[in-house]
Ligand binder design. Structure first.
Ligand code: SAM
Ligand code: SF4
Length: 439
């Protein structure tokens, strides 16, 4: 029960993956459509939505401590909605754990947020963690605002059940959005100023409408006038079809970048993780991608310290990093997730060992990343200018290979800018303008 009045202003804080960022944007549009106003930076909001992530440990604890901090100095507080994967995992239990939570809404139910806000303001129970198949998209307002690089969720959920992962439980079964909805949303994003569209899905390369796969979707999107770049993430090695790989060599608007998580460089660990690929089959996909598009940048995800990971297994991961020559990669310490098969596996790795392996992996990835970036020095390329840099007159844009480039220019965000790369570090590059062209 709450005595909090109906809110006029709101703030959404998204944590975790790009799909949560997308969901946060859609909730913003939905609340605005329902007459509420986004609170300005630093301004108090009547409603705070915490759009949470549950992929690694302490996410739920962090969400509860964030909630505690929302209490104002005068003892009052905003209306609080717990959204995202922690909300899905905790359900009604969340309101028992924190009496400050007014609304619990899962990732498949957030189209009902305005209704839940009204229920909470009326002092009624406002918990919705239903998983209706994709109906939320039909209930969301049309896109009217877009960043130069805009996210577009095309697929949700996962049926792969890697033994460490909560996604199949929090996001539900794999579901693809219909073709016509995706094309319509892409047009709306381009009309609203997007020059790049990033297709999102937990297993985006598994997108299908029965007859057509993501390769055909990419080819159709490439025909949209005004759309300059297409990316997609995240792919599972099992779904990297020949048709999708060929698209990299044939569709200019598809950027030369492939995020292909591997998790480990050791087959016994991959087997225990229930990954359906081996190290060899993974490397073979990369070879085929490079044959189709020789300059393609490869990125990946790694987990260190999975139960039973020996020093030999870990050495194989380091060897894989060097062999692939990643342009970028994310690495995580294994985090046992309640309810997943790995959480009860034997062979727990000590924290100190995990820390040590993570540091060595970071070092190895840092080296390949730096080598990849240094190979760009002297190259002329085109940036999509995305935002202001820290220094006055400085802007930050992305190369086709997703590298961040700092450049002195008065070109605004949303400009395609020709630059020469003049220097490179492990995480970003510096460029000098050749000549501007507005897309
Ligand atoms: N579907 C993608 C795939 O198959 O790789 C990844 C989605 S998951 C949201 C993103 C990354 O989080 C995974 O690739 C994995 O590296 C990491 N991850 C997932 N569960 C984890 C866990 N229990 N502990 C540590 N990292 C985890
Ligand atoms: Fe999680 Fe595996 Fe599904 Fe990726 S493929 S979302 S890691 S279960």
């Amino acid at each position: 029960m709450t005595d909090i009045p109906s809110p006029n202003t709101f703030r959404i804080k998204s944590f975790g993956c790009q799909m949560n960022v997308y969901d946060g944007e859609r909730m913003t549009e939905l609340l605005a459509e329902n007459g509420m106003t986004a609170a300005a930076d630093g301004e108090d909001a009547d409603l705070v939505v915490l759009n949470t992530c549950h992929i690694r440990e302490k996410a739920a604890e962090k969400a509860y401590s964030d909630i505690g901090r929302l209490k104002r100095d005068d003892g009052t507080r905003p209306m609080i909605a717990l959204a995202g994967c922690v909300a899905q995992a905790e359900g009604a239990e969340a309101r028992r754990r924190s009496s400050m939570i007014d609304i619990v809404v899962g990732p498949q139910a957030y189209h009902r947020l305005p209704h839940l806000v009204a229920e909470a303001a009326a002092g009624r129970r406002a918990v919705d963690t239903d998983m209706p198949a994709m109906s939320k998209f039909e209930a969301l307002p049309a896109r009217r605002r877009a960043n130069p690089s805009a996210f577009l969720t095309v697929q949700e959920g996962c049926d792969k059940f890697c033994t460490y992962c909560v996604v199949p439980y929090t996001r539900g079964a794999e579901v693809s959005r219909p073709w016509t909805d995706i094309i319509a949303e892409a047009h709306a994003l381009v009309d609203a100023g997007a020059l790049e569209i990033v297709l999102l899905g937990q297993n985006v390369s598994a997108w299908s409408d029965g007859d057509r796969g993501i390769d055909k979707l990419i080819r159709a999107l490439a025909k949209i006038d005004g759309l300059e770049r297409i990316r997609y993430t995240t792919s599972h090695p099992a779904d990297m079809t020949d048709a999708l790989i060929a698209t990299h060599g044939e569709v200019d608007k598809l950027m030369p970048y492939l995020h292909l998580p591997v998790q480990s460089g050791s087959d016994p660990i991959l087997k225990a993780m229930n990954r359906s690929h081996t190290v060899e089959s993974y490397v073979e996909i990369i070879e085929r991608a490079r044959a189709a598009r020789p300059d393609i940048a490869i990125s990946g995800d790694f987990i260190v310290g999975f139960p039973g990971e020996s020093e030999k297994d870990f050495a194989a991961t380091l060897a894989l990093v060097e062999a692939v020559g990643y342009a970028a990669a994310y690495s995580f310490k294994y985090s046992p997730r309640p309810g997943t098969p790995a959480a009860v596996m034997e062979g727990t790795i000590e924290q100190q060992v995990m820390e040590d392996r993570l540091a060595r992996l970071h070092e190895a990835i840092g080296k390949t990343q730096l080598a990849f970036n240094q190979a760009s020095v002297g190259r002329d390329t085109v940036l999509l200018v995305e935002r202001k840099g820290r220094r006055p007159g400085q802007m930050i844009g992305r190369t086709p290979w997703l590298q961040s480039v700092h450049v002195e220019t008065d070109a605004p965000a949303g400009t395609m800018l020709e630059v020469t790369i003049i220097s490179a570090g492990p995480n970003s590059l510096a460029g000098a303008v050749c000549q501007a062209r507005t897309a």
